[in-house]
Write a protein of this length. Structure first.
Length: 132
């Protein structure tokens, strides 16, 4: 491959559901957040919004912190990268999807969730992709 590619994504949005912690067979903590965000585009001269969802995988101590402090409705900024996955166990078979893997998650002020009501932004950095 000649040219080096860059895979970096930053998304702000709200949690669509409460996160749940799970562990890999080797005991590594991981959670998958469902992040909802809107995009806007001009259609026939008028701005229209569209609701979008993306799954965000968070690993390690950051996964534990997210599950402990965040709940549905909480506003987040997530910095990470996109991964393409094929899942042969889903129906229909071989369903493909994009997923974001978080490098850092920042708790934003705004809509409060049921779990935490502390002040201002808070960052939970360092989610390395410690898989398996």
């Amino acid at each position: 491959m000649g040219m080096r590619s860059v895979n970096r994504v930053v998304i702000t949005g709200a949690l669509a559901r409460d996160p749940e912690l799970r562990r890999t067979p080797k005991g590594n903590p991981v959670t998958t957040l469902r992040l909802v965000f809107t995009t806007r585009r001009k259609v026939d001269g008028n701005w229209e919004g569209a609701v979008n969802f993306i799954d965000v995988e968070v690993w390690g101590a950051q996964a534990e912190s997210v599950v402990k402090h965040l709940g549905k409705g909480r506003q987040l900024a997530v910095d990470g990268r996109l991964e393409w996955r094929e899942n042969s166990e889903r129906r229909p078979p071989n369903q493909e999807s994009h997923r974001m893997v978080a490098d850092s998650v920042e708790f934003l002020p705004g809509a409060r969730d049921r779990r935490r009501s502390g002040p201002g932004p808070r960052s939970v950095a360092g989610a390395s992709s410690g898989r398996n």
